[in-house]
Design a protein around this ligand. Structure first.
Ligand code: GLA
Length: 679
């Protein structure tokens, strides 16, 4: 991977957590090891929180960094425009308050009096004028500097090390309400000392200023910073992609015991709306940050945001999870096979429960009211915070969650549960892989999870235009008793010539509660149109894959993995041998092919590409459906290619998996040289 900008004193590099490997494996139907978060605050917990009454719930607002970095469009007009939109779009009402300036607001040099000078091209009227504008709207202003001699940007703006008291005074005089204090160019001075000095300098101004420690988790601030700052970054910088968001999630989750009112773990600012993830992934990002009681700092330029982006950021039921006054960070209940259950205790005794599917295929994720910490009760109310609908359950909390999706629920032991219809869980039995013009049989399920029957149940399955979808069983039931499942059979045919790829289907159920309330519930599904490899032996890089996931950059055909854009690799080279054919991946990786029970053998010469010096360590595995049929030990850059061959007779799907060998994925450029399948 690469850094978006250079810095001189940062030494660590962002790594994808090893656990990501396990999550990707789940697409091969494997169980990943559960990640257990500590359930109680460790005995040696952080020092008592600052007693200043600030940030009693996680700070909410905006910061320009993720959308602009140091580009020229970071300026007064942007900051004012965001403040205007906070009011006009209801974000202020939703709780967003801080409008924060990141790096690059200043000139590279202090003035003759040692004072910081706002860049006149960006802030021609100075910072005080911006603060006044923001304050007039009932909002607050934040600013940025580094606990070093220079900030992080390579242009090198002045840092506050050695100028703490005068810089804090200047910020307070401008009307600043929030300081993000970074870690670059720190000259090796002890972090606790640097951050404590600025705390004292801010305190000396007499102005209430939220203090955000940004040392990227390098000195475990969760162990010492509760009485230093109101929030502390726990990780390196987020970037606008799925792998980055996931890696940060996994680093921040185990720190749950350290968070509380006035002292929060900060997994970095939101990327929602910046374009590098799908809306499903952004809803997961926002749901997971909320369940972790993370600061919610919008990182997209709202002046250009889509309605879908506003709908995510403005979801007040999700924001209420983040802002719950009890101030608990949600903890992991289970995480096998990429099926994450994360539960957050709420002040009213309810639990916010995230069912998060890390994997690339839809999966059923299930837990129970008792597993998420609720007391025994006859039934529980379930509020779906994205669908904005309520139902009740006898105790099972379950849903089929789309790839990379999150179902976010608020579950309560509620004596009035009978006022709500029974929850219906929709599911699909069988994997939706179809060959064009060949009918495939699918079975839909509707299960009543409640204590009362569902009446007048009617089920439908719909597919893309031109597809034929016919029921093979009855699709209605007068009554579905509590706890029972209605199965409906379907024959689905994609027209001849349908290109390979993923297509949407929707399973829908309509029913009534005993008191006559109508409920419509829908499950979006993905069907893949596939082709069998031709008879004989083919290079896998010449065939369409079913799915391809890579720790950095896309999987490449016939070159190594260049880490970023498609087509940025080099000729596959292992131990000095160059290969014309093969697949170039970056650990953790999972590439799957449809073999339709028609193939017998997969083979490749595998190894770490020569292009990355001496650090890469990976293992290679071949899976036939849910069974590992071949694997290597740990391979390094220093080793020549190793032949790997697997018998895949009878497999519907073959997976080529690369793990990071348990040490993070730095430099793990994994080549499947000469990869072939025989059918
Ligand atoms: C560091 C921080 C980022 C951002 C940049 C600005 O990388 O971690 O959040 O503030 O500096 O240069």
């Amino acid at each position: 991977m690469r850094h978006p900008h250079t810095r001189t004193t940062r030494t660590t590099r962002l790594r994808l957590a090893g656990a990501l490997t396990a999550g990707l494996l789940c697409t091969a139907g494997l169980a990943a090891p559960a990640v257990a978060a500590p359930t109680r605050a460790p005995a040696a917990s952080a020092a008592p929180a600052l007693a200043d009454g600030l940030a009693l719930t996680p700070p909410m607002g905006f910061n320009n960094w993720n959308s602009t970095h140091c580009r020229a469009d970071f300026d007064e007009a942007m900051v004012k425009g965001i403040a205007d939109l906070f009011v006009a779009k209801g974000l202020k009402d939703a709780g967003y308050r801080y409008v924060n300036l990141d790096d690059c607001w200043a000139l590279p040099n202090r003035d003759a009096d040692g004072k910081l000078v706002p860049d006149p091209a960006r802030f021609p009227n100075g910072i005080k004028a911006v603060a006044d504008y923001v304050h007039a709207k009932g909002l607050k202003l934040g600013i940025y500097t580094s606990a070093g001699t220079r900030t992080c940007n390579s242009a090198g703006f002045p840092g506050a090390l050695g100028h703490e008291y005068s810089d804090a005074r200047q910020f307070a005089d401008w009307g600043v309400d929030y300081l993000k204090y970074d870690n670059c160019n720190n000259q090796g001075v002890d972090a606790k000392k640097r951050y404590t000095t600025m705390r004292d300098a801010l305190r000396a101004t007499g102005r209430p200023i939220v203090y955000s420690i940004c040392e990227w988790g390098e000195n475990k601030p969760w162990e010492w910073a509760a009485d230093v700052g109101h929030l502390w970054r726990t990780t390196g910088d987020i970037s606008d992609n799925w792998g980055s968001m996931l890696s940060i999630l996994k680093q921040n989750l185990p720190l749950a015991p350290y968070a509380g009112p006035g002292h929060w773990n900060d997994p970095d600012m939101l990327e929602v709306g910046n374009g590098g993830m799908t809306d499903t992934e952004y809803r997961s990002h926002f749901s997971l940050w909320s369940v972790m009681a993370a600061p919610l700092l919008i990182g997209t330029d709202l002046r250009k945001a889509s309605q879908a982006t506003f709908d995510i950021l403005d979801n007040k039921e999700v924001v209420a999870v983040d802002q719950d006054p009890l101030g608990k960070q949600g903890a992991v209940v289970s995480s096998a096979g990429g099926r994450w259950v994360i539960a957050k205790e709420m002040k009213d005794g309810s639990r916010a429960v995230a069912l998060f599917n890390e994997s690339g295929t839809a999966q059923r994720i299930a837990t129970s009211a008792s597993a998420v910490g609720l007391p025994r009760a006859t039934a529980y109310t379930l509020r779906d915070l994205w669908q904005h609908s309520s139902s009740h359950t006898a105790g099972t909390i379950a849903a089929t969650v789309p790839a990379h999706g999150t179902v976010l629920l608020r579950v309560a032991a509620d004596p009035h549960w009978a006022a709500y219809p029974p929850a219906a869980e929709l599911g699909l039995a069988g994997s939706p892989l179809l060959e064009a013009a060949t009918p495939a049989a699918l079975t839909g399920t509707v299960t009543d999870l409640g204590r009362t029957p569902a009446r007048h149940v009617s089920v439908s399955l719909t597919g893309p235009a031109g597809w034929t979808v016919r029921p093979t069983t009855a699709t209605t039931a007068a009554t579905l008793p509590a706890g029972r499942t209605l199965r409906t059979g379907w024959r689905v045919t994609a027209p001849a010539g349908t290109p390979t790829g993923a297509y949407g289907l929707t399973l829908r159920a309509d029913y009534r509660s005993p008191s006559g309330q109508r409920v419509t519930t829908a499950l979006p599904l993905t069907a893949s149109v596939v082709v069998r490899p031709p008879a004989g032996t083919s290079y896998l890089s010449d065939l369409p894959w079913l799915s391809a996931a890579s720790g950095w950059g896309p999987v490449e055909r016939d070159t190594s993995n260049g880490e970023s854009a498609a087509g940025d690799g080099h000729p596959i080279t292992i131990g000095g041998t160059v290969y014309a054919k093969g697949l170039g991946a970056h650990a953790p990786s999972d590439i799957s092919y449809y073999t339709g029970a028609a193939c017998t053998k997969v083979s490749a010469d595998v190894g770490v590409d020569d292009e990355k010096g001496a650090q890469g360590t990976v293992t290679f595995e071949i899976w036939a459906d849910g069974t590992k049929v071949a694997s290597t030990g740990v391979l390094t850059n220093a080793m020549p290619a190793q032949p790997l061959t697997a018998d895949v007779t009878g497999a519907q799907v073959v997976h080529l998996v690369v793990t990071d060998a348990g040490d993070g994925n730095d430099s793990d450029h994994a080549d499947w040289a000469d990869a072939r399948v025989s059918c």
